[in-house]
Design a protein around this ligand. Structure first.
Ligand code: ZN
Length: 153
């Protein structure tokens, strides 16, 4: 495993569409392992999308403190309710803002064995699903911010 370099700020790759993974081979599994290792170098990190380490593949890793999730080709298939969130991003250290996200989000994804599964997250996990899946479509939380929060206050 290896820590990969994070893509930050106005790096063009963060605005590109990630491609669907068609074959889950050793290269993809190594990428996922590296993403996990990179995620765990940041103490307050919850999730990481492949484009944030410079790879345009639809892969996300999430750990909200309740176990590691590895999502391949994740899609949102249902949402319910709304919540006000406080949101940041590993690619934008120091920037935090309020966003409105669904309260409950159901996703469908593949695991590392290529098996399809569904999962529903509420609250912080619902926010994280939206944030990371947005990354795969070249969208950033900055697009959703209704008010930036000054961390120096
Ligand atoms: Zn992010």
């Amino acid at each position: 495993m290896a820590v990969r370099q994070l893509r930050m700020y106005d790096d063009e790759i963060l605005r590109k569409q990630c491609k669907e993974v068609t074959v889950i081979d050793e290269k993809v599994k190594r990428l996922i392992d590296d993403m996990v290792e990179t995620l765990y170098t940041k103490a307050d990190a919850a999730g990481l999308a492949a484009c944030q380490v410079g790879v345009l593949k639809q892969i996300v890793v999430i750990d909200m403190g309740e176990g590691l999730l590895k999502l391949i080709n994740p899609k949102i298939i249902a949402v319910d309710g709304t919540q006000e969130c406080v949101e940041g991003c590993l690619s934008f250290p120091g920037r935090v803002g309020k966003t409105i996200r669904p309260q409950k989000v159901t996703i469908q994804a593949l695991n590392e064995n290529g098996d399809s599964f569904e999962m529903t997250g509420e609250g912080e996990l619902a926010k994280c699903f939206c944030h990371e899946i947005d990354h795969l479509n070249g969208k950033l939380f900055l697009d959703e911010v209704i008010e930036f929060i000054d961390l120096n206050e």
